[in-house]
Design a protein around this ligand. Structure first.
Ligand code: CO8
Length: 260
C-alpha cells in the first residue's frame, strides 16, 4: 500500500511505520491521521506481523505536533463537529491490540508527544525532545497529553510542562519514566528493531494479554485490575502456547508458537 505522508515496510514479523513529512517536521495533518489509521489497521489485521514500530523520517523530528497551518484555517465548530482528534484513540489506541513501540528520533511536541505516548512504550534517541507547547498557541493538549503525560511523569512535572510549554530532553524523560530507554541517535532504529523482534518472538496471544493487563492499570481500580489480570492469566493457561511454552522450558528448547 502506498501512502502520501507515511511509509510502511516490514522486516520479518515487525512492521515499521514512518511519518514522512520531514520538511514540516512530520506535522500531523488530517491526511497523516487517516493514513496512520489505515496502516495500524493493516498491521493489526496481518497475522504474520507481531510487533510494530512508529518513527519519524529525517534526523530532526518524530512529529512536531498537529499541523498548525491546517488547524489555523479551522473554526471551533469544525473541531467540535468533526470531533477532531477523537479517531486517534478509537482507531489507533483501542483497536491495535498487538504491541507497538514509538521510536522517537527528535522533536515529539504537542500531538507528536501525544502520539508517542499512545504507544505501548517509547524508545528515544539522545536527541529526542518531548513537550506540550500548545499553551503558546492559545490552546491546550487535545489528543491525550494532559492525561497520559500526567500518568507518566506525575502532576508536578506534567503541570510545569503544560503551563510553560518547555521541552524535556531524553535523559530527563527517561529519569521521569516517560520513556523506557534512551540510546545513541544512530542506534535508535537498530535498538527499536531488536526490541520489536524480541517481542515478536514471544507467544502472540500472551503478548496481547500482557498488553491488555498493563493498560488496565490505568483504567481500572486495583481490585478490578487484579481480577482482570487473574482472568487473562487463567485464559492463557488454556492456550496451546502455554502447553508448548512449558514443554519447551522443560525440554530446554525454543517454543514453537501457534498464536492460540
Ligand atoms: N505544524 C505545521 N508545520 C510545522 C509544525 C507544526 N506543528 N512544526 C514545524 N513546522 C514546519 C515549520 O512551519 C517549518 O516550515 P517552513 O519551512 O515551511 O517554514 C518547518 O516545519 C521547519 O520548522 P522550523 O523552521 O520552525 O524549525 P526549527 O528548527 O526552527 O524549530 C520547532 C523546530 C521548535 C519544533 C518549531 O518548528 C516549533 O516550535 N514547531 C511547533 C511545535 C508546536 O507548537 N507543536 C504543537 C502543535 S499543536 C498540537 O499538536 C495539538 C493541538 C491540540 C489543539 C486542540 C484544539 C481543539
Amino acid at each position: 500500500m502506498s501512502y502520501e505522508t507515511i511509509l510502511t515496510e516490514t522486516d520479518g514479523a515487525v512492521t515499521i511505520i514512518t511519518l514522512n513529512r520531514p520538511k514540516a517536521l512530520n506535522a500531523l495533518s488530517s491526511v497523516v491521521l487517516e493514513e496512520l489509521i489505515d496502516a495500524f489497521a493493516a498491521y493489526q489485521a496481518d497475522d504474520s506481523q507481531l510487533c510494530a514500530i512508529l518513527t519519524g523520517s529525517g534526523d530532526k523530528a518524530f512529529a512536531a505536533g498537529a499541523d498548525i497551518k491546517e488547524m489555523s484555517e479551522k473554526a471551533a465548530a469544525d473541531f467540535y463537529l468533526q470531533d477532531f482528534f477523537a479517531k486517534w484513540t478509537s482507531h489507533i489506541v483501542k483497536t491495535t491490540r498487538k504491541p507497538w513501540i514509538a521510536a522517537v528520533n527528535g522533536f515529539a511536541l504537542g500531538g507528536g508527544c501525544e502520539l508517542a505516548m499512545m504507544a505501548d512504550f517509547i524508545i528515544a534517541s539522545e536527541n529526542a525532545k518531548f513537550g506540550q507547547p500548545e499553551i503558546k498557541l492559545g490552546v491546550a493538549p487535545g489528543m491525550g497529553g494532559s492525561q497520559r503525560l500526567t500518568r507518566a511523569v506525575g502532576k508536578s512535572k506534567a503541570m510545569e510542562m503544560c503551563l510553560t510549554g518547555r521541552m524535556m530532553g531524553a535523559e530527563e524523560a527517561e529519569r521521569s519514566n516517560l520513556v523506557a530507554k534512551v540510546v545513541p541517535h544512530e542506534e535508535l532504529m537498530a535498538e527499536a528493531k531488536k526490541t520489536a523482534a524480541l517481542i515478536a518472538s514471544m507467544p502472540p496471544m500472551a503478548a496481547i494479554a500482557n498488553k491488555e493487563m498493563v493498560n488496565s492499570a490505568f483504567e481500572m481500580t486495583l481490585d478490578q485490575g487484579l481480577v482482570q489480570e487473574r482472568r487473562l492469566f487463567q485464559i492463557l493457561t488454556a492456550s496451546e502456547d502455554k502447553k508448548e511454552g512449558m514443554a519447551a522450558f522443560i525440554d530446554k528448547r525454543d517454543g514453537n508458537w501457534k498464536g492460540r
